[in-house]
Unconditional design. Structure first.
Length: 255
C-alpha cells in the first residue's frame, strides 16, 4: 500500500459516527449516499478526502459554480445536425462510475442541481435532454457531501433523497483536542512520515471494507426483509441504521 500525502483516515481523532457512516457508504453504494454536517474545524472534509485515499477511489468534486452540462453532460448539437448522430459529451457523473461524487458546502450549491444529482443517484441513470434529443446512461457512484449548517440548511425534500445524514461537533474532550493539535502539527511538518505511522491501520480498514462488501448484501437483505428499509431512508433514523448495519458486520468493521 503506497503512502499518500493526504491526512490518514486512521489518524483522525474522534468522529466515530461519521467514520462508521463513511464505511457504510463505501461498503454499500445503495445506502443512498451520505451528508456530513458540522461547523468549521470538525474535520468533515478531511474525513471524506482521507477515506477516498484509503479506499483508492477517485473523488470527483462538484464545484459550486458548476453548470448543468459540467455535471450531467451534454449532447453535441453540431454533430447531431451535421451527421445525424448523437454524440454524448460526458459530465462529472459519467466519469464517476464506480467512484465517489463529492460536494463540499453542498448547501451553497444551486438547489435544483443538488436535487438532480441526488435523483440521478436514486434512479441509477442519468438522462440528458437537449433540443429534442436525449441520451441515457447508467450511474453507479457513491454520493458524499459536507456542509456547515451555519451557512444554510437543506430542505426536507433534499434530505429525503439522501440515505444517511450525520451531524458532528467539535471534540470537547481536552485530551482529544490536545491529540488533534499534536497530530496536525506532526502532519504539517512531514506528511509522508506522519502517514507512514498509520499505514498499517489504514490497511486494516481497507481490508475490512473489502471483506464487508462481500457479506454486506446478505446483512442488508436481512434488514430489508425485516421491514427496516423505510427507516433506512428516513433521515431521522440514519444513526440507527448506521449502528444496526455496523453491528451486523461487527466482525468485519472495527472501531
Amino acid at each position: 500500500m503506497s503512502i499518500n500525502k493526504k491526512f490518514s483516515f486512521s489518524a483522525i481523532v474522534g468522529q466515530e459516527l461519521a467514520k462508521k457512516a463513511l464505511l457504510i457508504a463505501l461498503i454499500n453504494p445503495k445506502a443512498g449516499g451520505l451528508i456530513i454536517s458540522g461547523k468549521k474545524g470538525t474535520a468533515k472534509t478531511t474525513l471524506v478526502r482521507s477515506i477516498a485515499q484509503l479506499a483508492r477511489q477517485n473523488l470527483l468534486e462538484v464545484p459550486l459554480n458548476a453548470t448543468e452540462d459540467m455535471i450531467f453532460g451534454s449532447i453535441d448539437l453540431e454533430i447531431a445536425l451535421a451527421k445525424g448522430q448523437k454524440k454524448f459529451l460526458p459530465g462529472i457523473l459519467a466519469r464517476a462510475n464506480k467512484h465517489l461524487i463529492y460536494v463540499d458546502e453542498l448547501n451553497l450549491l444551486r438547489p435544483e442541481l443538488l436535487t438532480a444529482i441526488l435523483d440521478t443517484n436514486i434512479r441509477g441513470e442519468n438522462i440528458v435532454e437537449r433540443d429534442g434529443l436525449s441520451y441515457t446512461h447508467t450511474t453507479n457512484y457513491v454520493f458524499l457531501g459536507t456542509m456547515n449548517p451555519e451557512e444554510g440548511v437543506l430542505s426536507a425534500q433534499t434530505l429525503d433523497r439522501v440515505g444517511m445524514y450525520v451531524n458532528i461537533d467539535n471534540e470537547l474532550d481536552i485530551e482529544k483536542r490536545v491529540e488533534i493539535i499534536k497530530r496536525a502539527l506532526a502532519y504539517s511538518s512531514n506528511p509522508l512520515g506522519f502517514n507512514m505511522n498509520y499505514q498499517a491501520a489504514d490497511h486494516e480498514v481497507l481490508k475490512t471494507i473489502e471483506e464487508a462488501k462481500q457479506s454486506a448484501s446478505e446483512v442488508l437483505k436481512k434488514l430489508f426483509d425485516e421491514g427496516i428499509e423505510k427507516d433506512v431512508l428516513n433521515i431521522k433514523n440514519s444513526e440507527y441504521y448506521a449502528n444496526t448495519l455496523v453491528s451486523g458486520i461487527a466482525d468485519l468493521i472495527h472501531e
